[in-house]
Each structure stands twice: as structure tokens, then as C-alpha cells.
Design a protein. Structure first.
Length: 464
């Protein structure tokens, strides 16, 4: 077999392959055997029909077609390996010449990974937010904990902001009560801004047994988006009482003995959260700078497939779980379809560029992924998918997604190399020390939007 490679552009090549006819012998034998099992000829036992009879009855062309279809993948793979090219997706194959007993010639056009030159990234500099936790931040955190331990007690007075009410609701559109517009015994906190626009004004000042009617645009249900006449009846009013902020509260709400210890722990937790956010921000900005430095051609077909995959994942996984379609999502986001398409394309381009350049860096730095690193990454992905590690691992294996997870970890290690070489300072001018490949793996995962494993896992969870 002879083959040659013609570069059509930086991301696509044409393979020209010439196959001597004798190399088709095994595929021809297999074709005759397959046809033998599928047809019957009077006077011959099934599977024992001579080749010459098959040629006479069904045509030599049918046999050649079956043989060529069987042999093409093998010859294509040999040509790819001989040319040492890294192909992407399926080839477009064209048989240019087929002479019985002489030769088989074909061409195969296919996308390839572009050759990428890793830029000098040692000069990358980025600025990130400083890790600062104020007394107000701590007080807010403790107050949120305090809210969780609030108690309620019935009162005989008019409802005021902060009170917890038990209410009945009835919604009418065009004078007709909606089938799904009646609810009883609903708990509602005055001033929370939940449920319906206008409800806070309607219930404020009502005592138990009182009712009011107001007009509001429905946020869900069969008449979503329509103006409705809503009648609300208050059946009970309860005041909401917060526990005193003292050592007793600290002992009730935490493992600490004093309020000061609780506040110190809250400050430490907030610092850790902000350090994590700072690290993620640094990695994202270093990655953005790296992508600016590198020239990365994008295969058109790969980009098209990536855009379609992202749209599919959004519509059938994320929005499907939320119970809304793409049109409603765009309305909520305040985006046109054109803006959404442009944004999706931009994200897809960034994802492909990220994968290409970091994969190249993985090869250049000879980075490997060990079992412990892969297991840790799998457990994080399982947690984000809402599945147990065993369930997620099973779904990943069955979906053939293990190499993808290995790639995510390897690319995370590659980004860690770049981050380590970069200069990262905070808004106070202080140098930021970053050393966590786990977080860089997550940053790469977000940039590349590698949802295939989670989508596969989600499908398996749905099937279960």
C-alpha cells in the first residue's frame, strides 16, 4: 500500500491511498462468506455456494462493494499511522479508482490537530482580588447562621415585615379560577419577595382571617406570564424570633463554647473561601493570557460539533431539569438568539483552544496522571453530578469517558505549570502563591466545558 498526505489547511489534510488488489484478498474472502450466509441458490447448500456462482447470480460488483467497505477502515488507519497525523472526527472518503484484479485507489479528507507552538509564558502577569475578610463579613455570616435557628410563635395582631404567615391563595385570569391557581396552607415570610409581586403590600396589616385582592403577573403554571387577579387570605400570623447572640447560641449552633470562637471560625472559613475564589480567578486569568499568546487554528467541523454539543447539553440537561425551554431561558437572560449563538461560539472556541494548547503542553512537559490523581478528580466530578463515586465511575466506564477524565487531569497539571511560572499579585500588590493542581483541573474543566462525562452519568442516573 502507498499513501501520500496533502495539507489543505492547518487543520485539514487529504490522504491519497493506492492499494494493490492482492491486499484485498482477505476482505474478498470475507465478502463471499458473508453473502453465502445471506442468500440461497437452488442446488447448493447454504454457505456452500461457489464464488463463481455468486458472481454470476449477484454480480461481482456486489462482492467488490462489500469487500471494499470492509477493507477501507483498515487501509485508512494504516495510512494515518504511516503519516503520523493526529486525526479528529470521521474522514470523508472518496473511491477514485477500483479496477477488479488490479488496484483500489481512494482519498480521505479529515480534520487534524493543528501544529501548535507553545509560546513563552514566563512573562505572564495577572492581578487578582485580595483576600480580605471584614468584620461586616463575619457579622453577616453569623447572622445567616442565626436566621437558621429562628423560632416562630403565633400572635394576635396585624402582619408586619418579618412575620411568618400561613395563607391561602386563589388566582383568576379573565374571571376564571385557574385549575392550578389554588393553594392552601402556604407558609410565607412577609418581605421575602417570594411567591408573587405585590403580595407583601397585600398582606401587610392583615390579621388572621383577613384577606385582600391584588393583581400580579404569574411566574409559573398554566398561565405563566399573564396578569392574574389574586386573592390572598391570612389564616395565621406568627412572629419570628431570633436567638440572642451569646455563648449559649454558639453552643447550640456549633461545636464551639463561646461566641468569639464561633466568630473566629467564621472568619477562617470566609478566608478559605476567598482564597479558593482568588486561586480560581488567578488560574482563569492566566489561562486567558496564555490563549492570547498562542496561535491556535480551529477545525471548522470540530467547532460546529462543539457548538451543537453545548446547545444540546444546555437544552436537554440543564434547562430540562429546570423545566424550561431555550426560548424561556433567553427571555430570562435578556438575550436574543443571535447573541446566544455568538456567545456559545465564543465559549466553544475558547474550549477547543484550551484543550489543544494544554494537550500540547502535556506532551512537551511529559506530564502523566497517576491513579490517585484520577480517583480524586473522579470523586470531585461525582460530587458535582449528585451521584455517588461508584455510580459515577460506572457511568464513566460504560460511556468510555475514562480517557476524557485523564485528559482533564493532565490539562490541569499543564495549566499548573503555567500558573507557577506566571506572576500573580493581588490588588494590594502582594504576591499570591498558588499550588493546587486540583483547582487548576477544575478551571480547565470549566473553560473546556467538558460535560460529556457528567451528561453520560446523568443519563445513567435517569435510566436507573
Amino acid at each position: 500500500m502507498k499513501s501520500a498526505v496533502e495539507t489543505l489547511n492547518p487543520t485539514r489534510v487529504r490522504l491519497t491511498v493506492e492499494v494493490p488488489f492482492e491486499e484485498l484478498k482477505d476482505s474478498l474472502d470475507a465478502a463471499y462468506k458473508k453473502i453465502n450466509q445471506q442468500v440461497t441458490v437452488k442446488g447448493f447448500r447454504k454457505g456452500k455456494i461457489p464464488a463463481r456462482v455468486i458472481d454470476q447470480r449477484f454480480g461481482r460488483g456486489a462482492v467488490l462493494e462489500e469487500a471494499v467497505n470492509d477493507a477501507l477502515p483498515k487501509f485508512y488507519t494504516e495510512a494515518v499511522n504511516e503519516a503520523e497525523i493526529n486525526v479528529l472526527g470521521q474522514p470523508e472518503v472518496d473511491i477514485t479508482e477500483l479496477k477488479d484484479g488490479e488496484t483500489l485507489n481512494f482519498t480521505a479528507e479529515v480534520d487534524i490537530r493543528p501544529s501548535i507552538e507553545i509560546p513563552d509564558y514566563s512573562g505572564i502577569e495577572v492581578t487578582v482580588d485580595a483576600v480580605e475578610v471584614s468584620d461586616e463579613d463575619v457579622e453577616k455570616s453569623v447572622e445567616q447562621l442565626r436566621e437558621r435557628f429562628a423560632s416562630t410563635s403565633p400572635v394576635e395582631r396585624a402582619a408586619a415585615e418579618g412575620d411568618v404567615l400561613t395563607i391561602d391563595l386563589e388566582a383568576k385570569v379573565d374571571g376564571e379560577v385557574l385549575e392550578d391557581g389554588v393553594a392552601s396552607g402556604v407558609s410565607y415570610t412577609v418581605g421575602s419577595g417570594e411567591l408573587l409581586d405585590g403580595i407583601d403590600e397585600a398582606v401587610t396589616g392583615l390579621e388572621a382571617g383577613g384577606e385582600a385582592t391584588f393583581t400580579s403577573q404569574l411566574k409559573g403554571g398554566s398561565a405563566e406570564g399573564k396578569d392574574s387577579e389574586v386573592t390572598v387570605k391570612v389564616t395565621a400570623v406568627s412572629s419570628r424570633e431570633l436567638p440572642e447572640l451569646d455563648d449559649d447560641f454558639a453552643q447550640m449552633a456549633s461545636e464551639f463554647d463561646t461566641l468569639d470562637e464561633l466568630k473566629a471560625d467564621s472568619r477562617k472559613r470566609l478566608e478559605n473561601m476567598k482564597q479558593y475564589d482568588q486561586a480560581t480567578q488567578a488560574q482563569e486569568r492566566v489561562l486567558d493570557e496564555l490563549l492570547k499568546l498562542a496561535e491556535v487554528p480551529i477545525p471548522e467541523k470540530l467547532l460546529e460539533d462543539e457548538i451543537n454539543t453545548r446547545k444540546h447539553n444546555l437544552e436537554h440537561h440543564q434547562l430540562g431539569q429546570m423545566g424550561i425551554d431555550l426560548g424561556k431561558y433567553l427571555e430570562i437572560q435578556g438575550k436574543t438568539e443571535e447573541e446566544f449563538d455568538a456567545e456559545t461560539k465564543e465559549q466553544a472556541v475558547k474550549g477547543i483552544k484550551t484543550q489543544f494548547i494544554l494537550d500540547e503542553l502535556v506532551n512537551k512537559e511529559k506530564l502523566n496522571v497517576n491513579q490517585e490523581e484520577l480517583t480524586e478528580h473522579l470523586m470531585r466530578r461525582a460530587a458535582s453530578s449528585g451521584m455517588s463515586p461508584d455510580q459515577f465511575a460506572q457511568a464513566v466506564v460504560e460511556g468510555g469517558q475514562v480517557p476524557m477524565l485523564v485528559g482533564e487531569v493532565a490539562r490541569g497539571k499543564a495549566l499548573a505549570v503555567v500558573v507557577e511560572a506566571a506572576k500573580v499579585v493581588d490588588t494590594n500588590g502582594e504576591t499570591v502563591d498558588l499550588d493546587d493542581e486540583d483547582e487548576t483541573a477544575e478551571t480547565v474543566e470549566a473553560a473546556a466545558d467538558g460535560d460529556a462525562a457528567e451528561d453520560q452519568a446523568e443519563d445513567k442516573k435517569t435510566e436507573a
